[in-house]
Design a binder for this molecule. Structure first.
Ligand code: ADP
Ligand code: MG
Length: 260
């Protein structure tokens, strides 16, 4: 269902008065109380909160994997919370990439075959799909693991395959729920730098869910969620200061004036 042209301009993702209540036996669990959030195209937005605060519920509803109890989500002019399951599946295929905490790679497939998967339904020839997959695997620095299966790779390498798969079709939005939750700190840094670097290079919108303050620092914006409510929402000035400076420099050069 498309919304009006006026609404279309108001951010790539809009979350309005979102509420999610789970019922377990007689108990009511308010996972999301009332969430309002707008994310711009190209933004790297972190949803930060402790375990049980509602992060995954919010991500799953934004990505069209779960239905809210109340409220709606609009992505690029489409009210995803109003789509049927069948239309949702198509919408996700076309517009959304996922990076999972547990990688979710197909165990019997090679790195190339795993990465090429999202291109299967796009009418692209097998040769072309494989070329794109190889290109993405080089981008995540796995050019020397093209034919390896998941069990033949470390956790960090598997997650880099997961990242290549999420980006290969250049979806509008990439959702990552605790993408480094199973990795040690050195590998976490490596994986985060690759994922955020690719999001910037391809100007992807990235929604990153984490409980870890150190990971939140990679994002442009940090939305803190407590007990199903947004408690804080601020720009992260410390995100990639070097890149920001470079950009400012570029602008100065182009305009011949002061950038900021
Ligand atoms: P987070 O990802 O921040 O750890 P979740 O979104 O997974 O938090 O969960 C938020 C709250 O909702 C928690 O109290 C959790 O127990 C509850 N919850 C999540 N999913 C379900 C479910 N399918 N059924 C019942 N309660 C759930
Ligand atoms: Mg979670």
């Amino acid at each position: 269902m498309r919304v009006s042209a006026k609404e279309f301009d108001m951010g790539l993702i809009r979350v309005e008065d979102l509420r999610k209540v789970y019922r377990v036996d007689q108990e009511k669990i308010v996972a999301l109380s009332r969430i309002n959030l707008t994310v711009a195209s190209g933004e790297i937005c972190c949803i930060l909160g402790t375990s049980g605060s509602g992060k995954s519920t919010l991500l799953n509803i934004m990505a069209g994997l779960e239905k809210p109890s109340k409220g709606r989500v609009v992505i690029d002019g489409v009210e995803v919370t109003a789509l049927s399951e069948k239309d949702l599946a198509l919408f996700r295929q076309k517009n959304i990439g996922f990076v999972f905490q547990s990688y979710n790679l197909m165990p019997t497939l090679s790195a190339i075959e795993n990465v090429a998967m999202p291109l299967m339904f796009r009418g692209i020839s097998k040769d072309q799909r494989n070329r794109e997959a190889v290109k993405m695997l080089h981008a995540v620095r796995l050019g020397n693991r093209l034919l390896h299966r998941p069990t033949q790779m470390s956790g960090g390498q598997q997650q880099r395959v997961g990242i290549a798969r999420a980006f290969v079709a250049h979806p509008k939005i990439i959702f990552a729920d605790e993408p480094t939750g199973n990795l040690d700190s050195k590998t976490t840094k490596e994986v985060m730098e690759i994922m955020v670097g690719m999001a910037r290079e391809y100007q992807e919108t990235l929604i990153l869910v984490t409980h870890d303050q150190d990971i939140a620092r990679y994002a442009d914006r940090i939305v803190t969620i407590v007990d199903g409510n947004i408690q804080a929402d601020h720009t992260n000035e410390s995100a990639f200061p070097a890149q920001r400076q470079e950009k400012a420099q570029e602008l100065t050069t182009v305009s011949g004036g002061k950038a900021e």
